[in-house]
Design a protein around this ligand. Structure first.
Ligand SMILES: NC(=O)C1=CN([C@@H]2O[C@H](COP(=O)(O)OP(=O)(O)OC[C@H]3O[C@@H](n4cnc5c(N)ncnc54)[C@H](OP(=O)(O)O)[C@@H]3O)[C@@H](O)[C@H]2O)C=CC1
Ligand SMILES: O=C(O)CCC(=O)C(=O)O
Ligand SMILES: [Mg+2]
Length: 437
């Protein structure tokens, strides 16, 4: 079996990070994973758009040197290995990369390769901006009110993959331990004989680095608020602790730049509600960012009914997963939902769509490549290649404005009575974006 060592482009150079500052050469080597299922069609369309944006912006002065690295079905077929060490090493060495979606079997089989990549590279922020592009069909009346940026904790929570199957020797051992050491809690396990078990680990360090990144983003981008989304009323020492550590971090590290609902509560207890309201009003008028919190279930209702009350959202891994797909629906769907996974200290980052491999559409040249293309747009902006990023936005606006769109947008546009809608293939949507750059 061949080894999975990537072929390094000869005239490319590495992106590096020195004293927290990215240094991007004109021909950066960029590792990419094509992805499973629809990933193949999407990548083919996306790479053309990304290259065209760079060409139009810099006329040959800058070019990406793509370097394929392997994971998922392609890696397994070629190398009998779902996630070769060489792939991790390449993302480590070249700092920034991009990937298509990878399949994860349900209820057994391999654990998520997507999650593994995030954990192995300690990419603790999953950043998923959700905003509406003019003309994108939406199931809600005011999609322009949706402008949120999700900071999803990416390395902890129930996603750490510490689980044991019902009936296994491991479960029997753990249950025996709980029964002996924590008999009161053991009694709360309704059907111990047939229960599977999972561990939800949420730490202060993990929370603090995520919330710090969210607040820094809000300050840098002049956003109004950061909402800590949790289910802390039920899961007190994990999700509740996330809320409490988040507030404490905000007040400790950003005292002169934020106002928190915890402060409001304390002032209310000491001086009454009017004083607390006046204090909050003055703080916000002076330009401070409001740090507040919301319980996860009602959040899912309120992001729909009162989207303008949400801006930056900092949340745990599972909540962030649910929220990102739900919010994507409001701005046209998962076909246009980009993202990035990053470690803000080491500089490592892998950009990827929010959606998965949509296997029923694999190799039909049908789905929307928009999410991966916009993930590339985020990547260019992150690299400081803003002119190329702007070209992508211009191309996307133009293609959508011309109503030449993939099936997902066409379906919604037809429902909205947009009579000149033309449904195009995945590859053709890429052409449309390039045409309008
Ligand atoms: N980061 C990653 O790599 C991720 C991987 N996955 C994995 O992907 C696999 C499939 O997961 P599944 O739950 O079906 O979720 P998917 O996101 O793959 O697909 C769900 C539905 O979303 C719509 N959709 C997805 N991608 C696009 C696109 N590019 N353009 C337009 N519409 C799109 C389709 O809707 P419709 O049917 O209405 O047309 C599709 O049926 C699983 O193995 C899962 O684990 C899932 C999420 C993220
Ligand atoms: O890894 C997977 O298969 C799913 C991950 C996912 O849904 C996500 O990160 O949004
Ligand atoms: Mg998801």
């Amino acid at each position: 079996m061949a080894d999975a060592k990537p072929v390094v482009p000869k005239d490319g150079a590495k992106i590096t990070l020195t004293n927290g500052k990215l240094s991007v050469p004109d021909r950066p080597i960029m590792p990419f994973i094509e992805g499973d299922g629809t990933g193949r069609d999407i990548w083919r369309a996306s790479v053309r758009v990304l290259d065209a944006a760079v060409e139009k912006a810099y006329g040959g002065k800058r070019q990406i040197r793509w370097m394929e690295v392997y994971a998922g079905e392609k890696a397994f077929t070629k190398f009998n290995n779902w996630l070769p060490d060489e792939t991790i090493a390449a993302f480590r060495e070249y700092l920034i990369g991009i990937k298509g979606p990878l399949t994860t079997p349900i209820g057994g089989g391999i654990r998520s390769l997507n999650v593994a990549l995030r954990q192995l590279l300690d990419l603790y922020v999953c950043l998923r901006p959700v905003r509406w592009f003019k003309g994108v069909p939406s199931p809600v009346k005011n999609p322009q009110k949706v402008d949120m940026v999700i900071f999803r904790e990416n390395t902890e929570d129930i996603y750490a993959g510490i689980e044991w199957e019902a009936g296994s020797e491991q479960v029997k051992k753990i249950l025996g331990f709980i029964e002996k050491e924590f008999p009161k809690e053991f009694k709360k396990i309704r059907f111990p004989g047939s229960a599977g078990l999972g561990i939800k680990a949420v730490s202060r360090e993990g929370t603090e680095r995520l919330v710090r990144a969210a607040i820094e983003f809000a300050l840098k981008n002049k956003r109004k608020s950061v909402t800590l989304v949790h289910k802390g009323n039920i899961m007190k020492f994990t999700e509740g602790a996330f809320r409490n550590w988040g507030y404490a971090l905000a007040e400790k590290e950003f005292a002169d730049k934020v106002y928190t609902w915890d402060q409001w509560e304390r002032t209310k207890a000491q001086q009454g509600e009017d004083a607390a309201n006046a204090e909050q009003k003055a703080a916000l008028q002076s330009g401070k960012v409001l740090v507040k919190d919301a319980i996860a279930d009602i959040t899912l209702q309120q992001v729909l009914t009162r989207p303008d009350e949400f801006d930056v959202i900092a949340t745990l891994n599972l909540n962030g997963d649910y929220l990102s797909d739900a919010l994507a629906a409001q701005v046209g769907g998962i076909g246009i939902a980009p993202g990035g996974n990053a470690n803000y200290v080491t500089g490592h980052a892998i950009f990827e769509a929010t959606h998965g491999t949509a296997p029923k559409y694999a190799d039909l040249d049908k789905v929307n490549p928009g999410s991966v293309i916009l993930s590339g747009e985020m990547m260019f902006r992150h690299m400081g290649w803003v002119e190329a990023a702007d070209r992508i936005i211009k191309g996307m606006d133009g293609a959508i404005g011309a109503h030449h769109v993939t099936y997902d947008f066409a379906r919604l546009m037809k429902q909205e009575g947009v009579s000149d809608t033309v449904e195009v293939k995945c590859s053709q949507f890429g052409d449309e974006i390039i045409k309008h750059m």
